[in-house]
Design a protein around this ligand. Sequence first.
Ligand SMILES: NC(=O)c1ccc[n+]([C@@H]2O[C@H](COP(=O)([O-])OP(=O)(O)OC[C@H]3O[C@@H](n4cnc5c(N)ncnc54)[C@H](OP(=O)(O)O)[C@@H]3O)[C@@H](O)[C@H]2O)c1
Length: 262
Amino acid sequence: MKYALITGGSSGIGFAFSKQLAAKSYSLLLVGNREDDNREAVRQLSRDYPINARYLTMDLSIPEAAEQIFDFCKREQIEVEVLVNNAGMFFFDTVVNENYNRSKTMVQLHVTTPTLLCAMFGHEMKKQRKGYILNVSSFSAWMPYPGIAIYGAGKAYMKNFSRSLAYELKDFGVNVSAICPGAVDTDLYSLSLDNRKLFRKLGVMHSPDKIAEIGVKALFRGKVIVVPGILNKIIIGIVFLIPPIIINFIKRKAKLKPFMDI
Ligand SMILES: NC(=O)c1ccc[n+]([C@@H]2O[C@H](COP(=O)([O-])OP(=O)(O)OC[C@H]3O[C@@H](n4cnc5c(N)ncnc54)[C@H](OP(=O)(O)O)[C@@H]3O)[C@@H](O)[C@H]2O)c1
């Protein structure tokens, strides 16, 4: 039985990926750190699709996370044909602050674990001469700005890493893509429901289902870097023109207030 492994697959964009891949008849292995959410997501997916859905509860920011997931799959004879590195977190703050552990968690979660999962599962896919790896980056990959220094740099890493990996694995029948969404209507930024509704109405926020649909389609077609939405494509084209005065404004805000209060 062919499996799709989705990190953070029980909520937000990850849950939307889970539905898209279940609709393509993949069995699912969701990996996330909340037992209740994982259990509920698997219950819903097994009810709505004729597939085998399982979960593994794990903190993906621990150094051994990738090895433990890989060993679990070997033990359980789960053959992963699709890997989606989706799990993520967000905070808006300066790099130098009292919360060193939060920064460490983000680097581990956004860079180390997905890289090692790509290396290990990519190796198996290469042997099979078939596989699909989708890494969730962000359009902030083009924005090395204060307040999102670690977030943006990690997402830039995943974008560039995916591009190189796509070249390396192309001749072995393995597709690698990075999707770089702008704002998506999920819990990531802890925005109020009213704001989320407003941003959706204004068209500056996409639905997670739309992002997952675009991502999965691009992955199976072999598109490497995917930026959903015309507006985001335009912003990426001109973002380097943003003057230092605006960046300094962001910096002043970053020092004073958390993201939610801006
Ligand atoms: N929302 C956006 O506007 C946006 C834009 C661009 C890119 N992205 C990226 O899209 C991805 C998905 O985010 P989302 O918007 O769907 O947010 P979300 O709803 O908060 O989903 C994040 C997922 O990652 C899981 N996760 C977080 N920390 C984890 C850890 N240490 N171990 C295991 N699982 C962990 C979360 O599980 P728990 O809830 O159980 O912690 C959750 O399932 C992220 O990589 C994010 O950077 C989002």
